[in-house]
Write a protein that binds this ligand. Sequence first.
Ligand SMILES: Cc1cc2nc3c(=O)[nH]c(=O)nc-3n(C[C@H](O)[C@H](O)[C@H](O)COP(=O)(O)OP(=O)(O)OC[C@H]3O[C@@H](n4cnc5c(N)ncnc54)[C@H](O)[C@@H]3O)c2cc1C
Length: 326
Amino acid sequence: MDTGLRHTVLLQPRVWRPGSPEEAWSLKHTFGTDGVYISGGTLLRTQWESGAAAVPAHLIDLSAIGGISGISAAAGHMTIGALTLLAALRKDSSIALHFPLLTEAVRSIAAPSIRNLGTIGGNAVSSAGDAIPALLVYGAELAMYDGGRTTDVPIADWLTDGGSCPPSNRQSPPHQLLLQIKLPFARSGDSAKGDGGNGHPLPQPAKRFGAFHKIGRREAFTPSVVTAAVSGGLAKDGRIHGLRIAAGGGQTVPRRLTEAESVLEGKRPEPDALAALYEAVLAQYKPCGDSFADADYRRTTAANVIAASLWREAGGARVEEEASCC
Ligand SMILES: Cc1cc2nc3c(=O)[nH]c(=O)nc-3n(C[C@H](O)[C@H](O)[C@H](O)COP(=O)(O)OP(=O)(O)OC[C@H]3O[C@@H](n4cnc5c(N)ncnc54)[C@H](O)[C@@H]3O)c2cc1C
């Protein structure tokens, strides 16, 4: 056995179980890079086993912190505790009703045994989780605790390097602890900012549409080559409004593709417009490649899946609307 491997196998991290965010943050502050927050441990474990990260000297187990697990509704939004298991999220009927792309995204993650341990918080904070594109199109906010106060940060802002390949030593902002994820309810044809999140005012949509797709190298239980989420509204005249598109997959930090959104905003999902959207995705999306799928393959796959989703979802919604109108 080589010395590095023996060291990893024999290393027994000390496990701490803080009972509050304050205590957890204080431990992290004390240990610095020698201490790591752990929720389900399913991602960390793969990193230790592959050698992508060293087993730390101190594990700060978040599972004893009260009040940051479970799903609830409040005025204007739903709240998902960071420790909520992926399995629980997948089965939640309110999430399925209001945020179906998130249900679909979680369904595509790993397998039941992993979803019974892994949390949505660990997925979001990893910066490469397959749930992130769905969180991006829903305008999710992360309630981050920094030792003094809790701040709600739009996930699109928190992913400051969205669309890039993370450097190998990427870390979340120092010591920050994710407590909750907040998902704003869509108001009839509007978002909290009075637009689609891209500066375009929204008329009342006749239909809302949305889709989430994960493309892997096999049908299920597979790492993602591309994950893409689209959502928007279709006005009575067949024009798309409030379009949101997000893509990620593999090690690429997911991002909103706002330039691609603008190309189709206010247009009908017709072949010319979709061809322009396809080119815009190719231009804006810059995924990382690896030995399984290079960057060009991932970029082309993203453009294909996004254009096809919009053709199917928005085009289909328009046909349905026309059929029911007269
Ligand atoms: C076999 C297998 C298959 C997998 N397949 C997929 C897949 O298809 N798609 C996918 O997205 N993932 C996949 N994963 C990775 C993983 O299961 C998920 O990303 C899971 O959601 C991670 O959650 P966790 O609670 O286990 O995170 P952990 O492993 O506990 O933590 C992950 C990271 O987040 C940090 N962290 C955790 N919680 C917090 C918090 N509250 N505040 C601040 N930092 C925090 C940790 O320090 C760590 O850096 C797979 C894992 C395995 C083992």
